[in-house]
Design a protein around this ligand. Structure first.
Ligand SMILES: [Zn+2]
Length: 310
């Protein structure tokens, strides 16, 4: 009896916490040499989309459109976002939406470098582990939590974008499509490069466009921590306009921002063939996901839309 009770507690804990091994396995699949750097239109991105959709199905995430794919043409190339849906459990609030997104494409191949496997082989595959298999795995882990625990009153869209690296084309397409269908969007939170921690900050991650809204303050209030801060470098590099939050902000004029733990000062391999799985810190990634889940729970469940533009 005691053993069964212990087992139940363990199962409960496991169902609430995202596991490091799952996050690592998502990153490892998406960043393997087989996937060839996930360039838009490639066989590797086709396989990545299939992987994400099949995981969505396993988790109980529904397709939002007829299928999980949201198709568009990016500079003459057939491309598709992957869009999952977790319906809210409140009859009224479920008509309001939260988007949790990340781009899953990358640049394909890059300037050749001496490969790590052999001293003579040249590695030309830009695996994009931090950029942005890390953000993709983060969205998948948060999505899994809500699909399985069903604790969200508002509805959630999980959006994995293609053609970000070609100029935010996937997010631009989807933002326009959702605006056209008059989606009641509360907020859009995007993830970029969450695979490495800052060595020197008093917060874990920053939000781009820090001063545009009260998002950072609200997430910190909801988690009773100093999880999210301001990066001066992010502002200098204008990161607010350089990721998939931006087309949503442009269409909807509401808080649409990117959470990241890399502002280009704390990682040497941005768009580099050495942006590989062994460079990431999976404990950091998992902790960030598990600290953010209570914040998302609040965002999904407060009676009013508390995150506002300043
Ligand atoms: Zn990126």
């Amino acid at each position: 009896m005691k053993r069964i009770f212990g087992l139940l507690i363990l199962m409960l804990l496991l169902s609430c916490k995202s596991s490091e091994s799952q996050i690592r396995s998502h990153v490892e699949f998406l960043s393997s040499d087989d996937i060839q750097g996930r360039a838009t239109g490639s066989n590797g991105i086709e396989r990545s989309a299939h992987y994400i959709a099949s995981k969505f199905k396993d988790f109980g995430v529904q397709p939002y459109f007829n299928t999980y794919r949201d198709e568009f043409i990016a500079k003459g190339i057939e491309a598709f976002n992957v869009v999952g849906f977790i319906e809210g459990n409140d009859p009224d609030l479920k008509n309001e939406f939260i988007i949790i997104g990340a781009h899953y494409d990358h640049v394909g191949t890059g300037k050749s470098e001496r490969g790590k496997r052999s001293s003579t082989a040249l590695d030309t595959i830009a695996n994009g582990a931090n950029d942005n298999a890390s953000g993709t795995a983060t969205v998948m882990a948060i999505g899994k939590h809500f699909a399985q625990n069903k604790t969200n009153k508002r509805s959630i869209l999980l959006t994995l974008f293609s053609a970000e690296e070609l100029g935010l084309l996937g997010s631009e397409h989807l933002a326009k499509r959702l605006k056209k269908e008059n989606l009641d969007l509360y907020t859009m939170i995007n993830f970029e490069m969450t695979g490495v921690p800052f060595p020197d900050r008093d917060y874990v991650a920053f939000v781009s466009g820090y001063h545009l809204s009260n998002m950072a303050a609200k997430i910190n209030e909801y988690t009773n921590s100093n999880l999210i801060g301001e990066s001066v470098e992010a502002k200098k590099f204008d990161l607010f306009k350089r990721s998939d939050n931006y087309p949503f902000y442009e269409e909807f004029g509401i808080p649409c921002q990117t959470i990241s733990s890399c502002d280009l000062t704390n990682y040497d391999y941005y768009h580099h063939v050495d942006d590989e799985t062994d460079k990431l810190d999976y404990v950091h990634m998992t902790n960030l996901v598990n600290q953010l889940i209570p914040a998302f729970e609040k965002i999904c469940n407060t009676t009013t839309k508390e995150i506002k533009m300043n």
